[in-house]
Design a protein around this ligand. Structure first.
Ligand code: ATP
Length: 230
């Protein structure tokens, strides 16, 4: 589904991502783990076509990352999702469905189904008055309005309480069970170990370890976090 070769991004002289290579299979949940500034967001934005690589290639299916056709079948969840505070979840999701030309009746049904699956309460409340966890659920629902094949989630569980964190991670696993491919980033191996098929660990723009979570644990054991800080 995704093939990344020699992907690199420099901001001025600063190398944010230094020659990444990885591939993600269809239906897989793939984690990118690393500390602040590791290059996770930059990598995800290059996959989503939101940041132009300085070198290398990223393809999604048969498209180059960023191709307008590919972007229509993509759901991107940014680390901080700006929501229109005066809208309700329903009006917000239908607004985005319109942007994707989703027929009104399909949008209505899909929106209700997604909000039910996410168990979102207080659907008539203004987004501005919702808790962080509720807002994150609405942002996740927004990433699904166009029924995309590929979901790119930037730290979907960060800043949430343990219950909501588990909820979001569990929901991510359900999405993959329904055939979606999911790439998501996290600071913490704990956030990926229960859901990811494979993981890369990034530090200072480089992939420093890769494999299944047990493989990474076996390879690095208790030194995994030293990988982050060296
Ligand atoms: P975090 O966990 O804090 O979100 P991250 O792993 O997502 O970190 P990135 O946001 O990709 O890391 O940033 C990687 C590096 O690139 C950081 O040092 C960051 O300051 C730098 N960087 C990111 N975007 C820009 C930009 N637009 N201009 C200059 N430098 C940038």
């Amino acid at each position: 589904m995704i093939r990344v070769n020699g992907l690199r991004k420099t901001y001025g002289e600063f190398p944010a991502v230094v020659g990444s290579d990885f591939a993600v299979d269809r239906g897989e949940i793939f984690g990118i783990v690393g500390p602040n500034g590791a290059g996770k967001t930059t990598t995800l934005k290059m996959l989503a076509g939101l940041v132009e690589p300085s070198a290398g290639t990223a393809t999604v299916g048969t498209y180059d990352a960023g191709d307008p056709e590919m972007r229509r079948s993509l759901g991107f969840l940014p680390e901080e999702s700006p929501l229109y505070e005066d809208m309700t979840p329903r009006s917000y999701l239908r607004f985005f469905a319109d942007l994707y030309d989703v027929p009104r009746d399909v949008a209505r049904e899909r929106t209700e189904e997604t909000l039910d699956r996410l168990e979102l309460e207080h659907r008539e409340r203004r987004l501005g008055d919702m808790s962080k966890g509720m807002k994150r659920k609405v942002a996740i629902a927004r990433s699904l309005v166009n029924d995309p094949d590929l979901l790119i989630y930037d730290e979907p569980a960060s800043g949430l309480d343990p219950l909501t964190t588990n909820y979001v991670l569990e929901f991510t696993r359900e999405l993959a069970e329904r055939g979606k491919t999911v790439v998501f980033s996290a600071h913490n191996l704990y956030h990926v170990e229960s859901v990811c098929d494979r993981v890369v660990i990034m530090n200072r723009g480089q992939i420093v370890a890769r494999g299944t979570v047990p493989e990474i644990r076996d390879e690095h054991g208790s030194t995994t976090y030293r990988v982050f800080t060296t």
